[in-house]
Design a binder for this molecule. Structure first.
Ligand code: SAM
Ligand code: SF4
Length: 332
């Protein structure tokens, strides 16, 4: 599948639910979120049907996300069915990791290829401030579980926000003793709160990847360590990150810069929201309703919506920030 700008689109990110067992401050408000109703949310069968149709059009990779994908009942069955579909080469998941100690084994057996675990700090107090309700030890246990059952690679995604004053070197060092691929992701002012300025955060909280790399390396040298150098090879499931590594480290350190370095030219993805909207671009509120077609339409009608969304992929996000939906509803 090629879009109108000549990019090959072979990656679908699916939000399984807008619900979550955390309330991260950059992702969703503490309260007042009106969760999608049972009827609004696509059933697992509807998602399966869409993936099969998308695979026939050339989608090869699927990432399950949310909200928290592991709170969606039946997620293991969905993984098992998608991984067996013709044309689907890999199925991955982005999770806060809390439920992995219970579920990692089943997910691995169901055929899940890779996991990305979100974690922004190693400080228990700061972890609680960021997630509002989470415990650091739970996410750390999720990382242990992911490594134990043999997911490879295991990536740890950290959102960087200037005002949070995170210990970036301490975090990057997670990549040294174990095969963990730490990825720093620029904070994106997304969601209505960011658009309205209600969250009080804005572009000034975005730390560019260049500044971050310079900071980590300056701190590393001050601590008597060798600085990060370009990694020999990228971890599997490359994506839009630039990878570095400490000498002799088992893992890597990646930098994802949606704002400071557009990677729109390399964009290969479409997004499906939990309520059945295909979103051609994370930063654009233009969505294509595929739910109606999935509930009563033919496969051709579903394909038509998919192709319409594909045709509407913008060339880039033109520095637009703020979206009507929060990240938890879009599927980050
Ligand atoms: N609950 C899962 C998790 O946290 O991994 C999956 C959904 S979450 C929306 C997916 C990713 O989006 C997480 O890595 C999260 O840190 C990131 N994210 C959420 N809001 C963000 C924002 N405003 N800017 C950058 N990344 C954000
Ligand atoms: Fe939940 Fe993930 Fe959003 Fe945090 S980032 S509130 S864990 S969906």
């Amino acid at each position: 599948m090629k879009d109108s700008h000549g990019r090959v689109i072979d990656y679908l990110r699916i939000s399984l639910t807008d619900r979550c067992n955390f309330r991260c401050i950059y992702c969703m408000p503490e309260e007042g979120v009106c969760p999608m109703s049972h009827d609004e949310i696509l059933s697992l069968e509807e998602i399966e049907r869409l993936v099969a149709i998308a695979a026939a059009h050339g989608i090869k990779s699927v990432r399950l996300t949310g909200g928290e994908p592991l709170v969606r009942k039946g997620v293991e069955d969905l993984v098992a069915s998608i991984t067996k579909m013709e044309g689907i080469e890999n199925v991955s998941m982005t999770t806060n990791g809390v439920l992995l100690p219970k579920m990692a084994d089943d997910l691995k057996r169901a055929g899940l290829n890779r996991v990305n675990i979100s974690l922004d700090t190693l400080d228990p107090q700061q972890f609680q401030e960021i997630t509002r309700v989470g415990k650091l030890e739970d996410t750390l246990a999720g990382i242990d579980a992911a490594l134990e059952v043999g997911f490879s690679p295991v990536k740890v995604n950290a959102v960087t926000v200037r005002r949070l004053d995170q210990d970036f070197l301490g975090f990057a060092k997670l990549s040294i003793p174990r095969p963990l691929h730490v990825r720093f992701i620029e904070y994106m002012p997304i969601g209505q709160e960011a658009a309205d300025g209600l969250a009080g955060w804005g572009k000034e909280d975005v730390i560019s990847s260049k500044e971050l790399l310079d900071r980590i390396n300056a701190d590393a040298v001050a601590a008597g360590m060798e600085p990060l150098m370009p990694a020999d090879k990228n971890p599997l499931g490359w994506g839009p990150a630039k990878y570095m590594a400490f000498p002799d480290a088992q893992g890597t350190v990646g930098f994802i810069s949606p704002l400071s370095r557009h990677f729109c030219g390399e964009c290969n993805r479409l997004r499906l929201t939990a309520d059945g909207k295909i979103r051609p671009c994370l930063f654009s509120d233009t969505e294509y309703d595929v739910r109606a077609a999935l509930r009563g339409g033919t496969d051709e009608e579903v394909s038509q919506v998919l192709l319409e969304a594909l045709g509407a992929k913008p060339d880039e996000h033109h520095d637009k920030v703020g979206t009507e939906r929060n990240m938890s509803a879009i599927g980050g």
